[in-house]
Write a protein that binds this ligand. Sequence first.
Ligand code: HGY
Ligand code: MN
Ligand code: MN
Ligand code: MN
Length: 414
Amino acid sequence: MTQAMAIKLPRLQNDLLELFRIGYDAESKGVFRMGFTEADMQARDWLIRKFEQEGFHARMDSAGNIIGSMPGQHSGPVVAIGSHIDSVPAGGMFDGSLGVLAGLECMRTVRDHGLHCQYPLEVYAFAEEEGRFGGMMGVQAIAGELTPQWLETAHDANHMLLRDEMTRAGLNALEALNARVDPKHFRAFLELHIEQGPVLERIKKPVGVVDAISGVYKWLVRLIGKANHAGTAPMDMRSDAFMGLADFAHEIPRIIDEDGTDKSRLTIGWVKLKPGYAHTVPGEAEFTLVGRDTDPQVMHDLADSCRRVLSAIARKHNLMFEFEQMSWLAPQAMSDEVIQAFCRQAEALQLDYEVMPSGAGHDAQYMAKITPTGLIFIPSIGGVSHAPDEWTHWQDVEIGANLLLHTALDFARQ
Ligand code: HGY
Ligand code: MN
Ligand code: MN
Ligand code: MN
């Protein structure tokens, strides 16, 4: 009977469009729901009400994760589905939200068919996945990876403290330590996400089954020189922090060439110059540096190389250099058992699929530390994501959500 089961795409479309309105900015046409901001907390409240309207229980844990649940014949272990609903600034409609709302649609479909699974289903909207304070904070809380020191001192690029933002959101940062869940609570964790890259569209396959997720580290770097008059300070007598930053940016391709692989990424996404005035030589350049690779050793090699190049550039430009490591999220292989389950269900649904790595980080990389975990992709048009024009064809959304449904049932009936 379950083979005939299928999600109802219009319900999922409606939820995605409704959620996209929370934190939507008409000028950029993107969404602004960064971790623990007003819009993010409004979205969490919306999600709890959505679960309850559909007859499911929902709660927020002490780390800000939202958990919707549907009982099974046995009290556990649960089959968990999830992703995140916080966004990057000017984000798109699908990143994270797809995996959470497809999970809700799976629960509705099971309910509509009167199916009483052996094991309960739970749907997670993990907190602060996108890295405002380092990334994947909510799922790390569940996996028991957070420390009191980090919770006390974590801050964003504008030096706003996580603990203050959580207080404003009605949460107590240190209590996030109590959000840890005993791994025995879970049977498996499944995540559906847009690919956010060009591969599936290029090879014309509707589904990617992820075998490994790239690691990602985030540094807040400061180059400190000397503010000075832009007219009187001779070019050879400056300690210009921006020129040091520009020099470093110019070195990135060589660093990847010498110490990285084709999976390596180095990105400077945020820069602040001080005092930031046209007639003043920048005395300070503060910027984020995000490095990635699927191989943990390569991640370390990239970081070492960046450190060496930055100190050489600081000497050359007569600057001071310091950096703070805001996060180091290690690469993580997905579980064979879940990879096989996704592949088996894709074949049963006669779907073409590609087993592939993920260049982006995902909540699944922490759930994989505590329970059998898998991640599937559907194509991103033009490979675009983390931008308002992030888009995916609706028939691919339907394919991904149905594959998620049947794989979750595969685990929930065992
Ligand atoms: O940036 C990432 O890897 C993910 O979107 N958080
Ligand atoms: Mn995401
Ligand atoms: Mn993202
Ligand atoms: Mn600091």
